[in-house]
Design a protein around this ligand. Structure first.
Ligand code: FAD
Ligand code: NA7
Length: 444
């Protein structure tokens, strides 16, 4: 029997399991699917943990999520085509749910599809290599509970290990003598820790934006964000500012490249993450940074050198869960032989065409159109549908709302691309909502 290994039971891995279950429910014969996850539970990054550094098994702690994290994009831009928020919650809910509700939603579909038995939890994958002789992959994993190695062979491997867990950590002159805390966003857990402190945040993307707002919301004395390429440029609330890149630290004094100087109590490096696949042999390893169309992947999924290896979710992400589904459905249909992949030269040419277009993108609106076209391109070939144009419109409104008010965009509501339902406006403005519990959010 054909065997498929899925590495990771986060949103991408669960999309792959869902894709196979859905085909099976529609009468298809499916391969044996074995999913490995190093954590004790599914959900990937959405499993909040207080742990930083290493987990209970001595493995690197996976999650980069923190307390009080609310969805940073409208839920109507990530909704599953085959499992709506209305179905999960039994009624329309506002557009920007806190972390716990999104995790509940992801897991709700997996529970409904009864795929838990396919997952081996607390199993870390250590080595994957391909043998031309047998035309199979050999995979070694460790059962972290009893420290027993297992080695098995598979016909296909799907890498769904995410790329927001291994921090990119730059250094700055004098930072080694800075007297306060220096952490990466990956280790940030609770904004309350920085109450009354003067905070420096390095970086100018989603993590910097959200952690700056969080820390100020929960009482940081001031937040100075430092950018390398360009400022985020929002109309920040009182107490948050942006300066160009840090030049050097002298004890607790920070000197910036434009000559400004600030006294700082703590530093959070929001400098992004590395695509990191130490468990793959060199010939299978994707080299990429956080971009919309990472290299050497056909359809953004298939490893062109050996398309029996697939990667899910390796893109910079506007779309998340629905894009992962479109990828997983497409990967499934290739594995089931329903889609025939073209010759290597054609795959390379197709990937290059997307990358040329990616290079010419000039602003977030064009980025959104690009990723929408990518999702449509995938989903048009498989039995996965939602109103991508409506989702794209939601994203564009969201971009404008952020420009209008960075503390206010989460007070807006959007229509569902799956059911058409218009979300209600949340009962409390996000800037004033300190309680992110499910009870408080749902108002029940
Ligand atoms: P992950 O969620 O990272 O899951 C990967 C899984 O692989 C994990 O369970 C891990 O344990 C497992 N794994 C890794 N290595 C191994 C190994 N060697 N062996 C076995 N298992 C392994 N998206 C949104 O839509 N909305 C948001 O508001 C949002 N906020 C975010 C906030 C933060 C701080 C971050 C970092 C990301 C956020 N995202 C958000 C984006 C996020 O990338 C996706 O939502 C989603 O979690 C990606 O899913 P994934 O399955 O690719 O990766
Ligand atoms: P991103 O979106 O990859 O952004 C990384 C940021 O870090 C970006 O602004 C980079 O600046 C900056 N960076 C990287 N290296 C440096 C150095 N050496 N010095 C200064 N600044 C640097 O990662 P995020 O963590 O913000 O977001 C990841 C996900 O988490 C995202 O999908 C969200 O949903 C949550 P640049 O612009 O390249 O100059």
């Amino acid at each position: 029997m054909t065997r498929v290994a899925v590495i990771g039971a986060g949103p991408c891995g669960l999309s792959q399991l869902q894709a196979f279950r859905s085909a099976q429910k529609n009468g298809a014969e499916i391969p044996e699917v074995v999913c490995f996850d190093k954590q004790n539970d599914w959900g990937g990054l959405w499993n909040y943990t207080w742990r930083t550094g290493t987990d209970e098994y001595g493995e690197t702690a996976h999650s980069s999520m923190y307390r009080y994290l609310w969805s940073n994009g409208p839920k109507e831009c990530l909704e599953f085509g085959d499992y709506s928020f209305d179905e999960h919650f039994g009624r329309p809910i506002p557009s920007f749910p806190p972390r716990a509700l999104l995790r509940d939603y992801i897991i709700g579909r997996a529970v409904k599809s009864d795929v838990r038995d396919w997952v081996r939890f607390a199993h870390v994958v250590r080595d994957v290599s391909y043998s031309e002789a047998t035309a199979q992959f050999s995979l070694r994993a460790v059962n972290l509970v009893n420290q027993v190695d297992i080695e098995e062979t598979f016909d296909y491997v799907v890498v769904a290990t995410g790329h927001f867990s291994v921090p990119n950590v730059p250094s700055f002159e004098g930072i080694d003598r800075f007297p306060g805390r220096v952490i990466h966003g990956h280790e940030f857990r609770d904004a309350v820790e920085f109450r009354e402190q003067r905070l420096l945040i390095v970086g100018a993307s989603y993590s910097a934006e959200d952690i700056a707002l969080q820390c100020r919301k929960y009482g940081a004395a001031s937040v100075t964000c430092s950018y390398r390429t360009g400022a985020m440029g929002f109309d920040w609330p009182d107490g948050i500012e942006e300066l160009p890149l840090v030049d050097r630290f002298e004890d607790s004094t920070v000197y910036f490249s434009n000559g400004e100087i600030r006294e700082i109590d703590a530093v959070i490096l929001c400098t992004g993450y590395l695509h990191h696949f130490p468990f793959l042999s060199e010939d299978l390893r994707l080299l990429a940074h956080n971009r919309l169309y990472p290299g050497d992947l056909y359809k953004g999924v298939f490893w062109i050198n050996n398309p029996k290896l697939m990667y899910l979710g390796m893109q910079d992400q506007y779309y998340t869960f629905s894009m992962f589904d479109a990828q997983a459905w497409y990967a499934r249909d290739a594995m089931l032989g329903r889609i025939e992949l073209p010759a290597e030269s054609e795959m390379r040419a197709d990937s290059k065409t997307w990358q040329r277009r990616e290079k010419a993108l000039a602003d977030p609106i064009q980025d959104i159109d690009f990723q929408t076209d990518y999702c449509k391109d995938l989903s048009e070939s498989v039995d996965y549908s939602l109103d991508w144009d409506l989702a794209a419109e939601n994203f564009k409104h969201w971009e404008h709302h952020k420009e209008e008010s960075i503390v206010g965009y989460r007070n807006q509501a959007h229509p569902s691309p799956v059911t058409g339902t218009q979300a209600p406006i949340h009962h409390t403005s996000w800037w004033e909502a300190m309680d992110d519990s499910t009870e408080s959010f749902l108002g029940s």
